[in-house]
Unconditional design. Structure first.
Length: 151
């Protein structure tokens, strides 16, 4: 048999070996991370929920998802064990690197539409717009009157 014909099979087997080896390394790292959990550690579940570890058992972990609210999860459901600084930054918004004197950006667009506390119209109406609105109002009043007469 010609060695050139065996080359694709050898490459395929080598690629499969490398993929399974890296997957095993990732699984071992995830297991080690879960075994390093201690009560009081902040975690993120695979569903994206942040919680604090309260108790550890063989296959489960008791998490405090809110003050006084506890839930039992499988250890395999823990996606990441977070250090204290990262957990506090994400959950409580505590970031020691943030400048306290920096201006606060509002959550809504009110700062874009208000100037000196007074609202301003961003779109100016023209006379033709006012006439069209008045005509629409008359049409809707006529329909309402017609509907009332029909009943």
């Amino acid at each position: 048999m010609n060695p050139v014909t065996l080359l694709p099979f050898i490459v395929l087997i080598g690629a499969m070996f490398l993929m399974t080896r890296s997957a095993k390394k990732k699984q071992a790292a995830a297991a080690a991370m879960r075994n390093d959990m201690q009560p009081g550690t902040g975690v993120r579940t695979i569903g994206g929920m942040y919680a604090t570890v309260k108790e550890l058992h063989d296959d489960t972990v008791l998490l405090e998802v809110a003050p006084g609210v506890h839930a039992v999860y499988a250890k395999n459901a823990i996606g990441a064990v977070l250090d204290d600084a990262e957990y506090n930054r994400i959950v409580h918004g505590d970031d020691p690197e943030l400048d306290v004197d920096a201006p606060v950006v509002p959550d809504d667009a009110s700062s874009l539409t208000e100037a000196d506390g007074a609202k301003t119209d961003l779109v100016k109406k023209t006379d033709s717009d006012d006439d069209a609105e008045a005509a629409d109002d008359k049409k809707s009043e006529g329909k309402a009157d017609g509907e009332a007469d029909a009943k």
